[in-house]
Design a binder for this molecule. Sequence first.
Ligand code: HGY
Ligand code: MN
Ligand code: MN
Length: 412
Amino acid sequence: MVTVSLERLRSRIETLARFGALPGGGVTRPCWSPPHEEARAWLLGELRGAGLEAWVDPAGNVFGGTGARGFRPDAPVVLTGSHIDTVPEGGILDGALGVLAGLEALQTIRERGIPHRRPLAVAAWSDEEGRYGSLFGSRAFCGTLDPALIPRLAAADGERLVDAMARAGFDAARAPEARAPAGAVAAYLELHIEQGPRLEEAGIPIGVVETIVGVRRARVVFHGQADHAGTTPMERRRDAFLAAADFALRAREHVVTRGSGVSVANVGAVHVHPGVSNIVPGRAELVHEMRDPDAGVLERLAAECAALARDVARARRITVEVQPMSATAPAPCSPRVQARIEEACATLGVKWQRLYSAAGHDAQNLAAVTDAGMVFIPSRGGRSHRVDEMSDWDAIERGAGVLLQTLLALAR
Ligand code: HGY
Ligand code: MN
Ligand code: MN
């Protein structure tokens, strides 16, 4: 049975972790940033050093191929991959695991001369974490990136995508040229950490993903009245921050009690203006995010939470704007790919369980253009999107082994 080299995979994971490394551990490596571009150059070197064809598309997606040097409908590719960009103060495995385990699998296949009918390739998708626009690179590749949107895409701190890409040497307007021809991808398989507690608590080493949640984000802006924080009588204040706080608490309660039971909500970004201690906040802006495996539930909750925002504003004699930002559709994974993953687990004698992904992934874009699937490994303590995100090395080796066997099954 052909196996991956955990030593080589571990060395690459630990090397990639150095790009954007934080003093106390973890990484901050946003897409298009200097550490991300240094990591891109390093990855291209590793792909070529492994004997793969390596190239970058107009959306900044990095590819390494064996038997593939691009995407053509007459030679459909079995594609694996993930992302090398991270959230701020993130972990070293979110994304990196799927890219480097994919590289390890393809290098092992090449070195051992294992026959495969279809070409194989590994991808590192641009800006999966959506600093400028969620799942950007895979959206461009799958043809769902609206060109008209590109000039408006910006990070929460106001930095425009066009400027960030230009600094990294890319013309954002050309990103839609990354679209792959229809039929160019025979199947897509992504290895990822679960980023939650379910596999570890169940004592199951491999997760076979059935569905990936949809994620909806809206900017909610409350307009009150700036006033002197000392002289303005309390009953006259029209405090925008209090309205935002009231909304955040009530929206959370609504999603938990009126959602599907697995619906989740988060407010991770808040901005108060003018933002100094001796002025009653005149404006408060928050990003409200909701997730659910069911598109209809998300649609209903979005409308109900917008109505809730208006009720809160009215009750506090202020106004509110609810601006939809992004909405990714929940994606079912391919039964064919799930079956190949489960067969690989059986061959390797590894227990598995099916589950839905409560995180968003590039695979949900690929699911629109090909048979897409995901393999999860347990996250220690379910921790992710934090510097102490980690998985056991034997879990990483097991996940890479299942990835290798499943890719071979899909490419035969
Ligand atoms: O936010 C997510 O679900 C993913 O980690 N980008
Ligand atoms: Mn990820
Ligand atoms: Mn992530």
